[in-house]
Ligand binder design. Structure first.
Ligand code: LLP
Length: 401
C-alpha cells in the first residue's frame, strides 16, 4: 500500500532477498554442473546483476537480452546465447561481447557459425521428442517442435559430424522440454534421450560431450492446486536420477540447468489500483484495475491464472478482475475478493516476477509500469522507472511530420 502511494500503480514489486535466495537454492542444490538464470523470465538490469552475484550464469535469447546482461555488468563469458534463428548481427554482437557459449539450433546455423569464425563453445540444441509443459504454447520438445535438431531425422547426428569437420568447439548437447513442469519426470526423460544419443554419436564419431544441458522448466504455484517441487527437491530428485546415466565415457560430464520462472516468478508481485466496480446484467461483479493485458499478457495468451489479494473488509465474494484496455481483457476471472472492496483500493497479484514485466507492451499506448526492488530491511528502491509519454514517442516524433 505504501509502495502504491509512493511509486504509483500498476507497479511491479520484486523482492531482492527472495530472488537471491532462490538463485542460491539452485546453486547449492545442483551438484552436477552449472546453473544459469534464463533472462527471458525477467531481464531487468537489477535482476540480472543479482543472478550473476549469486554465482549463476545468464542465458540470453536475443541481442537485447545480451545487451541487458552486459549493461548489468555480467561478463559475456558467463552468458549463453539461445535462439532458434539468430541473425548475423546477433552472432557478431555475441562474438564482440565474448559470449562464452552459443546454442546452435539448426544445421544452417552451424555452417553460419563456422563462416563467421565463431571461437567460443558451441552446444547443439536437440529435439528429444518429449511432450511436456503447462500448455501447447510453452511445450518446446514434442515431435512437432520448431526448436532444435531432431534426433529422429538424423539432423542431430549430422550436426555433430559437421561441427567436428568445421573445427567448431563443440561442448555438448542441450534440450529444453517445456515450462511449468511440476516435477523432474519430463526433464529426466529428455536426459535419457540425450545420454543415449551421446553414446551413439560417441561410438560413431569418437566425440563425447563435456556438457549436457537440461534447460529450465520447473513451475511455480500461481493458484492453489498447482504444487510443483521446490527447486531444492527438484534438483535432488533430478540429479539422483541423472547421475546413473553418466557412466562410461559420459562419466564426469557436467550437467547444466537454466531455470527462469521458478527463480523469478515467486519473487515478484504486481500492485494495481481498483478504478471501477460495477455489476453486469448477469450479476458479475466487475473489478476494473488500472492495468491490463499490456502489463500482464499471460491470462490472455495462455489462460494463466493468478492469486489476487486485497486487505479490504468483508467476506470473500466472486469477482472478475479486468484491465482497462479496449477489449475484454479478462485479467483474473473467477477470483474471490472481499465484499467490502471499494474503488481506489489496492489489489496485490502474487507470483508475477516472471514473464510479466518482460512481456509487457504499449498496447493502447499504455505506459509500461515501474519496477521497485524491496531490500532485506523492507526499504524500496526504484529499479526501472515508469515509462513517460516522451519515451513512448521517441522513435517517431521527429519523423511523423
Ligand atoms: N531455457 C530455454 C532454452 C528456454 O527456452 C526457457 C524458456 C528456459 C530455459 C526457462 O524456462 P523456465 O524455467 O522459465 O520455465 N512466456 C511463457 C514462458 C516461455 C518459456 C520459454 N522458454 C510464459 O509466460 O509462461
Amino acid at each position: 500500500l505504501r509502495l502504491a502511494e509512493e511509486f504509483g500503480t500498476p507497479l511491479y514489486v520484486l523482492s531482492e532477498p527472495e530472488f537471491r535466495r532462490r538463485c542460491a537454492e539452485y546453486a547449492r542444490s545442483w551438484a552436477l554442473g552449472g546453473v544459469s538464470y534464463a533472462a527471458k523470465a525477467n531481464s531487468s538490469l537489477a535482476v540480472l546483476a543479482w543472478a550473476a552475484d549469486e554465482g549463476l550464469g545468464v542465458d540470453v535469447a536475443s541481442v537485447g537480452e545480451l545487451e541487458a546482461a552486459h549493461r548489468a555488468g555480467v561478463p559475456g563469458s558467463r552468458c549463453r546465447l539461445h535462439g532458434n534463428f539468430k541473425t548475423t548481427d546477433e552472432v557478431a554482437a555475441a562474438a564482440g561481447l565474448g559470449v562464452g557459449e552459443i546454442v546452435a539450433d539448426s544445421l544452417g546455423e552451424i555452417e553460419a557459425l563456422a563462416k563467421a569464425g565463431w571461437q567460443s563453445r558451441v552446444v547443439l540444441r536437440l529435439a528429444p521428442d518429449v511432450e511436456a509443459g503447462g500448455g501447447s504454447k510453452i511445450s518446446t520438445a514434442g515431435t512437432d517442435t520448431k526448436f532444435g535438431m531432431s534426433i529422429a531425422t538424423g539432423d542431430a547426428a549430422q550436426a555433430v559430424r559437421r561441427c567436428l569437420e568445421l573445427g567448431l568447439r563443440l561442448h555438448g548437447y542441450h534440450c529444453h522440454v517445456g515450462s511449468m513442469l511440476m516435477d523432474e519426470g519430463p526433464v529426466l526423460a529428455a536426459a535419457r534421450v540425450l545420454a543415449s544419443f551421446a553414446a551413439e554419436a560417441g561410438s560413431a564419431t569418437g566425440y563425447w560431450p563435456e556438457s549436457l544441458n537440461l534447460g529450465g522448466g520447473l513451475g511455480v504455484s500461481y493458484v492453489p492446486g498447482q504444487e510443483p517441487l521446490a527447486p531444492a527437491d527438484y534438483c535432488a530428485k533430478l540429479s539422483a536420477a541423472v547421475r546413473p546415466l553418466l557412466t562410461g565415457r559420459l562419466e564426469g560430464t557436467s550437467v547444466e540447468l537454466e531455470p527462469g520462472r521458478s527463480v523469478a516468478a515467486p519473487s515478484g508481485v504486481t500492485l494495481y489500483r481498483v478504478g471501477v466496480i460495477k455489476r453486469s446484467s448477469a450479476g458479475v461483479r466487475h473489478v476494473i484495475v488500472d492495468g491490463g493485458m499490456s502489463d500482464n499478457p499471460r491470462p490472455a495468451l495462455y489462460g494463466a491464472q493468478y492469486s489476487v489479494v486485497s486487505d479490504a473488509a468483508g467476506p470473500p465474494e466472486p469477482a472478475t478482475v479486468s484491465g482497462r484496455h479496449c477489449e475484454t481483457d479478462l485479467l483474473f476471472p473467477g477470483t474471490m475478493l472481499p465484499s467490502g472492496l471499494r474503488e481506489g483500493d489496492v489489489l496485490q497479484v502474487l507470483c508475477t516476477g516472471a514473464y510479466n514485466a518482460g512481456m509487457a507492451s504499449n498496447y493502447n499506448r499504455f505506459l509500461r509500469p515501474a519496477s521497485v526492488a524491496l531490500r532485506g530491511d523492507g526499504s524500496a528502491r526504484l529499479v526501472e522507472r515508469r515509462e513517460t509519454l516522451d519515451d513512448l514517442f521517441r522513435r517517431e516524433e521527429a519523423l511523423a511530420r
